[in-house]
Design a protein around this ligand. Structure first.
Ligand SMILES: [Zn+2]
Length: 376
């Protein structure tokens, strides 16, 4: 393997040695990379194990061959964009595993914060109560491990809005107002520290209206940006994915503890699925075959009557769980991780949107409702 020497090209044709060389105990200095002095720079793994792991990953990711000057320059640029390759902030994707100085570095690195939001809620006789934690948490972990230098995953918002499911034992409800306030407390804390890009990665359908409001309010009440993504909607980005994956009928086959959730859970934790108890369930309103009143994870009728779950279902399984397989779950996991990664690459580099005031006079009072007003 050819190991290259890192350094930012200086106007005089030398490179300032940074990253790996600094990690190995070298002060920043300008070195001509073709000089004997540069060749003598020891690349010591023992000096900075974490940096070396990153470096090895970096080298192997780009092929391990000597590359052209242009490729070299762009690789060095991307290396230098990560301010401290020795820091855990460059390799740790779990927010709560960092220290406070490393959080400052993660902010400098423009890391995107992912907050998995779920629920502890019944999912029929065959799935545990933690489905809506496992699914977004598993996808967030997949992205975190694949994009360690760009992402931080926070601990879950674990208790969701499930008041309509309280007829089934085990379900824990959080008052909608408490729920929105808790999410806002987290997003505002992140914004206060300096994070600018936040994703609410939701795993529980009935959290959606509340999380939509939490995301909107984060955008209006802080200087950070916040986006809400339901993990299952990541499967709609590639228009060919669902038609090649889904076997259950639309609408209704994918709703709750269904073909989709059961498949992903089988992939994430097969032992947790009570396979002998998998049985598909119907949704009474869908059975009416009315063009207005129907539900599915991938669409909802224009007049859907969403009320107590026990009023339109008896077992807690809404959908075609019998069509679930572990292999289909693996496809779902890989597709979700891939599409979320694509979104993060776009979102992280996208400049923050800028407001413009259209009043012909400057308002005399501060903007109400706790909204953030940075306009002059
Ligand atoms: Zn669920």
């Amino acid at each position: 393997m050819a190991i290259r020497r890192a350094g930012r090209r200086q106007p005089n044709g030398t490179r300032s040695v940074s990253g790996k060389a600094l990690a190995a105990g070298h002060p920043r200095k300008n070195v001509d990379l073709d000089s004997p002095e540069a060749s003598a720079i020891p690349l010591r793994a023992d000096a900075a194990p974490l940096a070396f792991v990153s470096w090895l990953g970096f080298v192997s990711a780009i092929g391990g061959e000597q590359n052209t000057p242009r490729e070299f320059a762009s690789e060095i640029e991307s290396l230098n964009r990560s301010p401290r390759m020795t820091s855990r902030a460059a390799t740790e994707w779990r927010y709560e595993k960092l220290t406070w100085p490393e959080i400052n570095e993660a902010i400098e690195m423009r890391k995107v914060c992912i907050i998995p939001c779920g629920a502890v809620e019944q999912h029929g006789p065959h799935l545990p109560l933690d489905v809506d934690l496992m699914c977004p948490g598993g996808i967030a972990r997949g992205v975190g491990e694949a994009m360690r230098d760009k992402v931080l995953v926070l601990p879950h918002i674990a208790y969701g809005y499930t008041g309509h499911v309280m007829d089934f034992p085990g379900t824990i409800n959080t008052h909608w107002e408490t729920f929105i306030k808790q999410v806002l407390d987290v997003t505002k804390s992140l914004a206060y520290h300096g994070f600018k890009k936040i994703i609410l990665l939701n795993g529980h359908g009935s959290n959606m209206p509340n999380l939509d409001l939490a995301a909107r309010r984060t955008n209006l009440e802080t200087d950070a940006e916040c986006v809400l993504i339901a993990w299952w909607n990541l499967l709609t980005v590639d228009k060919t994915f669902l038609p090649s994956w889904r076997e259950s009928k639309f609408p209704g086959g994918c709703s709750h503890a269904c073909e989709l959730e059961t498949s992903l859970y089988l992939y994430l934790d097969e032992d947790g699925v009570r396979k002998d108890k998998i049985k598909s369930g119907t949704i009474k309103m869908n059975d009416e075959d009315n063009p207005f009143n129907w539900v599915d994870l991938f669409g909802v009728g224009p007049g859907a009557l969403i009320s107590w779950t026990s009023s339109y279902n008896d077992t807690g399984v809404l959908g075609d769980a019998e069509k679930a397989t572990k292999e289909k779950g693996e496809r779902v996991f890989q597709e979700s991780v891939k599409q979320l990664g694509r979104f993060i690459d776009y979102y992280r580099d996208r400049p923050i949107d800028v407001r413009g005031r259209h009043q012909s006079y400057k308002p005399k009072m501060p903007i109400p409702w706790g909204q953030y007003d940075a306009l002059p």
